[in-house]
Design a protein. Sequence first.
Lengths: 112, 112
Amino acid sequence: NAGVTQTPKFQVLKTGQSMTLQCAQDMNHNSMYWYRQDPGMGLRLIYYSASEGTTDKGEVPNGYNVSRLNKREFSLRLESAAPSQTSVYFCASSSLVNTEAFFGQGTRLTVV
Amino acid sequence: GQQLNQSPQSMFIQEGEDVSMNCTSSSIFNTWLWYKQDPGEGPVLLIALYKAGELTSNGRLTAQFGTTRKDSFLNISASIPSDVGIYFCAGPGSGNTGKLIFGQGTTLQVKP
């Protein structure tokens, strides 16, 4: 079972460039999330989608946009990357009833 | 907003020792989750707790849902080198969205 799959695994961007991080889950989960992880900061929620067709801001949404393309896929877009967005990004999914979330392996993004 | 505070922030122990860590909140949680993150990987769910006072084991790991519903504890017995990593507690955010709130993490290092 693939679980939660994120692409790419690594990316280097120049300041001002744009990119989209892709995430897909095969567990038929309703809810999907994007977190960023920075040293000493734990996991901070950027955006989440409680169900297909809905998205909501999390703790640190500025500079990001998301699209819940269908039940399986939830993408995160950086329109104009900044060095402050250098981080490790994790996608996760969970069912609504059971809040246990399952994580992808992460995307390590560096903005120079 | 809701916050989870983990302690200690880091631990450096000898192989074979037992480990205890905890997670506290200023608000009541109905579910407590414990995750482990290996270096370079995404968090993996270890134990889920759903009832105040509940004590659940997973191999050498034991977690408890505090009776006040504002705290939870994770114990690791007879630590081994592969226990190294970051341990996160998490709980559902307010509302029924499935959104998870994470603690800052406890970093565990084990000396062989």
